[in-house]
Design a protein around this ligand. Sequence first.
Ligand SMILES: Cc1ncc(C[n+]2csc(CCOP(=O)(O)OP(=O)(O)O)c2C)c(N)n1
Length: 342
Amino acid sequence: MQPNAEGLYRQMYKSRRFEEAVTQLWNDGHISAEMHLSKGEEAIVAGVLDHVMDGDALALDHRASAPMVMRGIDLALLLKEFMGLEGGLCRGMGGHIHLFSPEHLAASSGIVGATGPAACGFAIAAQHLRPDKVAVAFFGEGAMNQGMLMESINLAAAWSLPVIFVCKDNGTAVTTSSADVTAGDLLTRARGLGAHAVSVDGTDVDEVWSAARDAFVRAREGKGPMFLHATCVHPEGHFLGDPLLRMVRNPVRELRSKVGPLIKAATTGGSSLSERAVSLGSIAGMLGRARETQKHTRDDPIERQRQRLEISDAQRDELERAVDDEVQTAVAAALRGLEAQP
Ligand SMILES: Cc1ncc(C[n+]2csc(CCOP(=O)(O)OP(=O)(O)O)c2C)c(N)n1
């Protein structure tokens, strides 16, 4: 079996266009509070979800847009949910973090690491009630330092549970560099817990797809869990409006408002000058890492896949136009929902 380049591209492109629409709605003030995007993770999600069948379950983290979009959930329902509208997927009560589609066995949680236990719970039920069905847990590398996720990998291996643990590793958890707080390497850790573990370039959808195919085959044959480690970059930082990225993208404007408080902080009491210098050094380190993520946008997973397509430009344009129309229709429906809300 070979990956369908066009189908995968379509999924990734759709997720990206959807999130661009979300960004616009957020910028326009129609989505309140934090907004975490899946942008940069599209190849990981598309490569894994291509193997998902009806009856399989998805335990999703706070970056659930891409999996929800690629699983085929109605775009307008998602947008309305993000906007807190009654007509949303969860009647506007969940927002973008707490999404639930019982029909698709897909649920997301904002509790970092919680997708491990959720996927294990489904997998235990599947072992008894739904043979051949698989649960997928998506999480970031920051979650690998959460006890409950380690307990889940251990139990899944001990009981040969059909779980695929997908670690989307962008190297940063909010502003903490994961390397600073993580001992050993994650593959060795997962293997130490008894899981089969592989690492892939998460910006290459073919690589992810092939590794995920093996993981699903193993899980469906009752051979237990697989830990799939996939590297990626978050070009929008932790969430929309990420202050570090604002600083990197527009240093003059952003620094203007910071200079006053910095001078005040340096001239008033508090910690010693050397301690302050260390803090400033660590902020400079964060800014450096944020700048790096901007350079990496040339490794954009969608652009990589676009280059591989073996269809004519006209066919590709048609595919993209159809997706654009679908997204625009959903945006229009969501905005109508906003007007109709009392
Ligand atoms: C148990 C728990 N601790 C802390 C948080 C706050 N928090 C939200 S996202 C996040 C970073 C998670 O990093 P990672 O798992 O690598 O995912 P990423 O955001 O990088 O995709 C943290 C610490 C939380 N939501 N849940």
